[in-house]
Design a binder for this molecule. Structure first.
Ligand code: NAP
Length: 378
């Protein structure tokens, strides 16, 4: 295993951290974690040098912390830095913070958390917990020895990220970062900003939740055209470890083979080991992902309003997302749960009012049929 600096702390963290949000489950039930397999996977990772395990109050409907607690028995706790997170959305008074932390310590069966995070901060949740005195509370639990280091995980824009970084003397932060998300949320600018201030930076979603492991054909062709052969997972992870500002990369691993493979990749990782040619391959891969639109809609909205209420740009946007990442599950969820029935493709009555307005001359009615087939017939 390779080890890396963790911000200004006197701690060398393993390049690979174990993310416990996507553990193996039984019967497709998120809350039914395969405990035996999970324990084997986590212990194998620790035996092979992983020294950072990340969980959270809500993962696997509350089961992740319990299984992690079991995995860290038999001497494994002493060899591991344990990270978990305060679910800020369950906090409406200071007593909630104490109650939740106590519950977590019990579930994890430990007397302290090494790395504690305010979970998934964005502008509103940060303002809320700040006003509830969370910083004062943090000082008190550090003094009591219940947590050792404090940080936050983040899902909002760069300005909000910088504001939170500057609000307290944090030890570390956790950001969504991978070769597609360099300008999304905190992004590369946020990574450098936090690192420059001495924070350890923990990367989450390095494979975009697994999507980068299974690229669409047009992306695979770009990888295949390169003389050095590596799996898409290896390229994605090595690209992260190439950057000195990244402290550790959390991988959510749902199978034993993934743990083995990711440890092998981590063993070969290092800062600035990728050549110019290899880095430009990743740029071409990024372009192959992001430059591609199955439907050439630029969401200008000239086709709107639809007399029947269909949100044409939104339908095309979600369809393009599905094709771009070769995965319709996420977009289908948004289609079914966030769009009114009248806004969906199936509400098109083929009146054709929209088509003469489209600067791209798209056959909108025909394309809406495609969207409907992708999201409603599957
Ligand atoms: N604080 C927050 O707000 C927050 C948010 C997200 C994540 N996190 C933390 O960050 C961790 C990492 O994020 P993530 O789980 O999204 O990581 P990720 O690495 O982007 O995605 C994990 C998925 O990638 C696939 N995968 C991993 N290794 C693979 C391999 N060698 N070959 C093929 N597929 C592989 C698996 O997909 P399949 O299961 O489909 O095979 C796995 O479930 C989480 O587990 C969690 O601890 C925190």
């Amino acid at each position: 295993m390779q080890y890396r600096k963790f911000g200004r702390l006197d701690f060398n963290v393993s390049a690979l951290g174990f993310g416990c949000m996507r553990l193996p489950i039984i019967g497709g039930d998120e809350g039914n974690v395969d405990e035996d397999l999970t324990i084997k996977m986590i212990r194998y990772a620790i035996d092979n040098g992983v020294n950072y395990v990340d969980t959270a109050y809500g993962y696997h409907r509350g089961k992740s912390e319990i299984v992690v607690g079991k995995a860290l028995k038999d001497g494994y706790r002493e060899r591991t830095m344990l990270a978990t997170k305060l679910p800020v959305w369950h906090v409406s008074a200071r007593e909630d913070m104490d109650r939740l932390l106590n519950e977590q310590l019990k579930k994890l069966d430990t007397d302290h958390i090494d790395f504690y995070l305010l979970h998934s901060l964005h502008k509103d949740t940060w303002d809320k917990v700040y006003n509830l005195g969370v910083l004062d509370w943090i000082e008190s639990i550090i003094k009591r020895g219940l947590i050792r280091h404090i940080g936050f995980s983040f899902h909002d824009d760069l300005d909000t990220f910088k504001r939170i970084v500057d609000s307290y003397d944090w030890d570390f932060c956790q950001i969504q970062y991978n070769y597609l998300d360099i300008e999304h949320q905190a992004g590369m600018a946020g990574l450098k900003y936090a690192s420059n201030k001495g924070l350890g930076v923990v990367v989450m979603e390095p494979l975009r939740g697994g999507k980068l492991a299974n690229p669409p054909d047009r992306v695979r062709e770009v990888f295949d055209s390169f003389p050095i052969k590596r799996s898409p997972v290896a390229w994605a992870l090595l690209w992260l470890w190439n950057q000195p500002e990244v402290s550790t990369v959390l991988s959510g691993m749902s199978a034993f083979e993934q743990v083995k493979e990711n440890i092998e990749i981590a063993d070969k990782s290092g800062i600035n080991i990728l050549t110019e040619e290899e880095l430009s391959l990743i740029e071409r891969v990024r372009e192959a992902y992001l430059g591609f639109k199955a439907i050439d809609c630029n969401e200008c909205g000239y086709c709107m309003p639809c007399p029947n209420g269909v949100d044409i740009p939104k339908n095309f946007h979600l369809y393009n997302e599905g094709v771009r990442y070769n995965d319709f599950n996420g977009p289908r969820w948004h289609y079914r749960n966030e769009m009114q029935e009248s806004e969906r493709a199936s509400s098109c009555i083929k009146c054709g009012t929209c088509e003469p307005q489209c600067p791209q001359h798209l056959p909108i009615r025909e394309l809406l049929d495609k969207v409907k087939a992708a999201f409603e017939n599957a």
